[in-house]
Design a binder for this molecule. Sequence first.
Ligand code: IFM
Length: 444
Amino acid sequence: MNKITIAPDSPIMAKDFVFGVATAAFQIEGAADLREPCIWDTFCAEPGRIKDGSNGLEACDHLHRWQQDVELIAGLGVDAYRLSVSWGRVMYRDGSVNQAGLDFYIQLLNALKARGIKAFVTLYHWDLPQYLQDEGGWLNRITAYKFARYAEVISQAFGDRVYSYATLNEPFCSAYLGNEAGIHAPGVQNRQWGRQVAHHLLLAHGLALQVLRKNAPGAKNGIVLNFSPCHAASDSAADQRAADMANQYHNHWYIQPLFEGRYPDLLQQLPAAESPTIAPGDMEIIATPLDFLGVNYYTRTVYRANSKGWFSDVPPTAPPLTDMGWEIYPQGLTDILLELKQRYPLPPIYITENGAAFPDQLAQGQICDDARVAYYQQHLQATAEAITAGVPVKGYFAWSLLDNFEWAEGYAKRFGIVYVDYQTQQRTLKHSAIALRELFASRR
Ligand code: IFM
């Protein structure tokens, strides 16, 4: 069985470096009958949206199996567990609280605390209640204020059980994939909407962060963003410019407002009809100081100039690729961390997601996912290199604890370090889980 080998004096082997595993509510919880429907339920019910025609109604049935899953997490020897809360499980359409839903999370947090596992809670991981989408969703500015109210309810109810709150997970995906490219829920293809949704999400983040500061001053409060270094397909000036535009549009659009209170210069190049409406004071709220920044990293992206004066991505074809078709490019993790350090006054950083899907096979009770073990080895090394170069990375979370509902890809793509048999809901540690467990246990 392959191991993950990291030098004992590596900065990630220090005792105070936080190792964890991550999941998200819609991807694992199931028990859809015990919550309000969300935009992903609606999206899944639309023919052709999800590759395997599946949905999140049962998922990993975590809501009924959470005790067993907490034992699984504890057995890995992690320091932390990153989870998200389903908004529609804790708040009804009329704004009242679903106490049973809240109690589920409180019990889960209590169990984590009892085992000394730090809880990293994300308030929004894409599952907007459908009742809010019916009123315009993130296109409606009011949703940002409703999100702040939701943050109020959660932070009051959870008390000191939470080590860290993230307001949003990957607003790029909610805005761009969901409302501009239309490949995620709610499936809208409209650039103006995408830009406006991005702005309202960031506003929601700033408003909620202020609530968290007030109600959970002892917690580390921040946001989780995804980054993919943007490379040019060629040395041509046009392609170089395309890669720079993509970098502004996909990466810096979400981080620059947080640190500088303004959008990238590319905003000036958007036609007025495609630019977001920004109310006075919004940018100051968005720039509320962070206690930490979560960085999610999977791969790099290559761009070329297109005939519209814009950029198009060039999908990778040469190996090594993951089952998602994403290039395995560990250097990109070091590079993006160094780019962020050079441009912004960074707070502590956590790698809040990193991992890979591979076509795992369960054979004789084992999953020999050597490619995933190698992926973790390379990306942990890349994280250590960034720390050595001065980036304040304080922790690393493997995505994901369990195989789960991979959004528009359904259940066909397996990101877990633990294999899930969806017929029986049986969990089996993959070799990558065993390799990570041994790494965690070997720390100084
Ligand atoms: O599964 C997702 C997760 O929900 C958000 N970040 C990327 C992962 C892999 O696509």
